[in-house]
Design a protein around this ligand. Structure first.
Ligand SMILES: O=C(O)C(=O)C[C@H](O)C(=O)CO
Ligand SMILES: [Zn+2]
Length: 278
């Protein structure tokens, strides 16, 4: 297992960032590598994000040496979304089979986590978000069928999409983690349109199901001074509470969103009018 650290940046900092620096602070590349577990610890609300892609072997992790606790989840909870082929996550001997777009909630106190794929031809791609937690909540598999759907946007505005909530008070309660997956309707390209801000929660995205040649142009920053990141399949993006987050794809795509902060009120957002964007 590898763990990189990102320290985070504020709106004043990014005024002077060039493309390389902006990408270094906000874009997480290379999370999914065959037979590796790659995590990134960010000081943006202490969210850890990362990927595990078991191909030919079972990957075992869960030690806490990098973060100064006995185990990785001694004081944290975790959501694991499967973005690839069928796979299994075993948490302290309890096994869960995750099909594509199923999500596992792993509660605080888990010690040993292992990940394997049903087939090395179509390996599982396990995407993880972990945040500090104040209570022990039992591990729980949330299948796509159990998630709560929300249909947004319109085809004529190219922003029709179905958002599914998995780790959410009405579906599978957690301490502070929220996690879901949004799929764009065929022909639609815009996510999170119109955009919003939520000062009380940060957010992380992981874009997936893009063709190798396609990209998402992810918009970020203060509404009055936006920046963009050009994002490929499997890349993660950090969105601090001060930043908008929205994107347009050059081809089909989906993304996982994860949030943590002061509350779990999904609707606690401030809409941003498109006329405010610069
Ligand atoms: O397409 C969307 O809209 C989203 O998926 C929005 C994210 O869920 C989000 O930004 C939640 O705050
Ligand atoms: Zn948001």
């Amino acid at each position: 297992m590898t763990m990189k650290v990102l320290y985070g940046a504020g709106p004043q900092d990014i005024k002077g960032y060039d493309t390389e620096r902006l990408r270094a602070e906000f874009l997480v590349e290379g999370m999914f590598q065959p037979d590796e577990v790659r995590l990134v610890y960010t000081h943006v609300d202490r969210l850890i994000l990362g990927g595990a892609m078991p191909s030919t072997k079972t990957l075992t992790f869960g030690g806490g040496e990098e973060i100064g606790t006995p185990f990785l989840l001694s004081a944290r909870e975790m959501g694991i979304a499967n973005l690839g082929g069928t796979g299994t996550i075993t948490v302290d001997g309890q096994s869960f089979t995750l099909e594509n777009r199923d999500v596992l909630y792993v509660g605080r106190g888990a010690q040993e986590i292992s990940a394997s794929s049903a087939s090395s031809d179509t390996p599982a791609r396990f995407y993880m978000n972990s945040v500090p937690a104040g209570a022990d909540i039992p591990h729980r598999l949330i299948t796509q069928a159990e998630s709560k759907p929300l249909d947004l946007g319109e085809a004529r505005r190219s922003n029709k999409r179905r958002l599914r909530m998995y780790i959410h008070p009405q579906v599978a309660p957690s301490c502070l983690l929220l996690m879901g997956i949004t799929d764009l309707a065929e022909g639609s390209i815009w996510n999170t349109m119109p955009p919003h801000l939520h000062e009380r929660r940060m957010e992380a995205y992981c874009y997936f199901d893009l063709s190798p040649e396609d990209r998402v142009i992810h918009l970020m920053g203060r509404p009055e001074e936006t920046r963009h990141l050009v994002v490929a399949d499997g890349d993660g993006v950090l969105s601090p509470a001060w930043s908008i987050h929205m994107g347009a794809g050059t081809g089909p795509y989906a993304f996982v969103w994860g949030m943590t902060g002061e509350n779990q009120e999904y609707n606690d957002v401030a809409p941003v009018a498109l006329s405010e964007l610069r």
